[in-house]
Write a protein that binds this ligand. Sequence first.
Ligand code: SAM
Length: 285
Amino acid sequence: MSPVDELPPLRDVIRRHGLMAKKSLGQNFLLDLNLTARIARAAGPLEGVTVIEVGPGPGGLTRALLALGARRVIAVERDDRAIAALGEIAAHYPGRLEVIAGDALNFDPRPYLDGGPARVVANLPYNIATALLTGWLTAEPWPPWYDSLVLMFQREVAERIVAPPGSKTYGRLSVLTGWRAESRILFDIAPSAFVPPPKVTSSLLRIVPRAAPLPCQRRALERVTEAAFGQRRKMLRQSLKSLGVDSAALLAEAGLEPTARAEEIPVEGFVALARALAAKHEQGR
Ligand code: SAM
């Protein structure tokens, strides 16, 4: 008997639908419904919430989300073999699961939302995880359409996302995330929990958007972090020269030491640099 519903065990589902994992699609399935229920619980109370799930695969997490009360799950899956398997879950929960056959990288969930709370919960395909996160963090308008993102990443990527200034893993992704959101690692999941097991440990991350991030132009922020972390061992007065502006003047305007290095600068420092850069471009027009 399944711990979350009366549907068949996931191993049966995989066998019946020929859903052997494909590496090219980043497929590492979670077959333990106790574990998928733990992930769904970590996403907070789900009553009244529309969940967007990327890559439901055979549906272990989807089933947990529905069993724990998500009002609706909109699940985007690129593997056609999984669509029929997911149809069985949709039939078990009439009107609550909508399966979209397509590429999550091109998927805009907004037409599927109805004004109630929306949340992304996913065991992401690792090959496109950072691209998806960047898309969600750069959503416009801000605050975004979701109230939180609860996502599984490779541990090493999760550490880069939550890294504070001064740490070795602090980089562009940490700044972008820290600018627009608060993030933390909830717990780790061992490779042995997945079929097939990946080479690395995974981490579940919770990312909550800030209502009012420090004002600055996103493109300018991306340009300064790209320049600064592109040569992370160099002093900023050197690395920021690639922006094609007077780097010493830019740093002075931002109130930063010209001898500082990228990994020492907190998010507010990068925001100040982005504002100074945008102002220079305005003046140059
Ligand atoms: N949620 C399932 C679980 O936890 O067992 C599967 C997770 S598996 C790590 C990633 C899933 O994402 C696979 O089902 C894969 O087919 C799907 N996927 C890969 N690339 C995708 C894309 N571009 N758009 C939508 N789904 C994708």
